[in-house]
Design a protein. Sequence first.
Length: 490
Amino acid sequence: MNTTAGQLNASVEAAHAAFEKARLAGPGTRASWLEAVAAGLEGDAAALVEVAAAETHLAEPRLQGELKRTVFQLRLFADEIRRGEHFDATIDHDDAAWGMGPRPDLRRYNVPLGVVGVFGASNFPFAFSVMGGDSASALAAGCAVVHKAHDGHQELAVRTAETVTAALEGAGAPSGLFSLVTGRQAAEALVDHPLVKAIGFTGSTAGGRALFDRAAARPEPIPFFGELGGINAVFVTGNAWSARRAEILGGYAGSFTLGMGQFCTKPGVLFIPAGHTDEVRDSLRNALADFAPAQLLSERLHEGFRQAVAGLRDTAGVQVLVDGDFAEAPAPTVLLTTADAVRRDPGILRQEMFGPASLVVEYSDDSELAALAGLLEGQLTTTLQAEPEDDVAELAGRLADISGRLLWNGWPTGVTVSYAQHHGGPYPATTSGTTSVGTAAIRRFLRPVAFQSFPEQRLPEPLRDANPWNVPQRVDGAWRRPSARPDGQL
């Protein structure tokens, strides 16, 4: 049964009470909670994957890899918060000779926001759902999490949440630090609740924008960290096309059909030199010959895919290059248009087809590419297929303006969890300038607080001169790195 308004309120209040207790925990304690969750998911992996396969139509090897990624992420975040860099602890001692007049003692660090509402994604039932990046980074930051389960895998969500809460309880975390709610009523009430201080969301542009507007319309507006997807355009220069067109088309076919095209980083548009239509059609048919279709994640997504492809296919200036279908397990579709057509109607470049379909755009000369990039909306990724001798400075600059991650001679369907990763981009890719993947994702759920002229014993641990938590501190403009602990770690 779906969560009632009363049950939602009780979950949020319990989460707030847990947050008030947990915010006092040191980095080592909080890291141990994340590691306990990772161990719990590993221990229940077989059952979790079995439930996920039944609910999502995704293959077990894919789900096993996704769960492994989720566990790795939790342990990476645990290591990150032990290091303490997310505190950004900064100390300015009082200085009577400061250049603009006497300076008081000022100390600043980052504190957790509070209760975070997280909305799970349909296409990654482990990596971007119950204990995916948003939940994991919010817990790492020191927040409590109330997770709204995705309708497409509720049984899995419940099973995962039970594993998570049992692991946290076993590790000594406060009761209520993580909880699960279901249903539309709970989703809306979660965004509205005055004790909720931020929202993490991964999903459609329409759904995300509705919740974003709702969060902004509260008496106390709150941050809404929404990842809404995108087109992920790929630009092929003339030199790259001449040198390795078969390789490029093969990589493109594999990338836009990976996971049945249900990745938020799927390349939805490929810009190539004009004059090779028949060759491109034949190459793509050959590259897709061994494609094994599967069911999409849900009937609702299947219908959305059909409408999106049919709508773009019927647009003036667009034709079918490779004819797929809308069967229960759909075959891939590739549509074709021209640079002239998208200049007349830039909306052609803004239609996301969430499934195994993509659009090829033919252009006449490399000099057109920078202006064509200017027709695009915000992107999670953009890709350059180019040669070392190509002068792509202007194009790369345009792409950096509109996307969160630029690739050189690669394909965007693969988002590793690491320190330098950025998974975000200008709207409508996301609603913020932050990342939802990688260790920097933790900082979304923090805010800075400064303490002026506080006595040492009244300061939070990361701001004390004695540095009891052994975290990096910037003291009077110079960084002081923590000393090694007996175990050799920082």
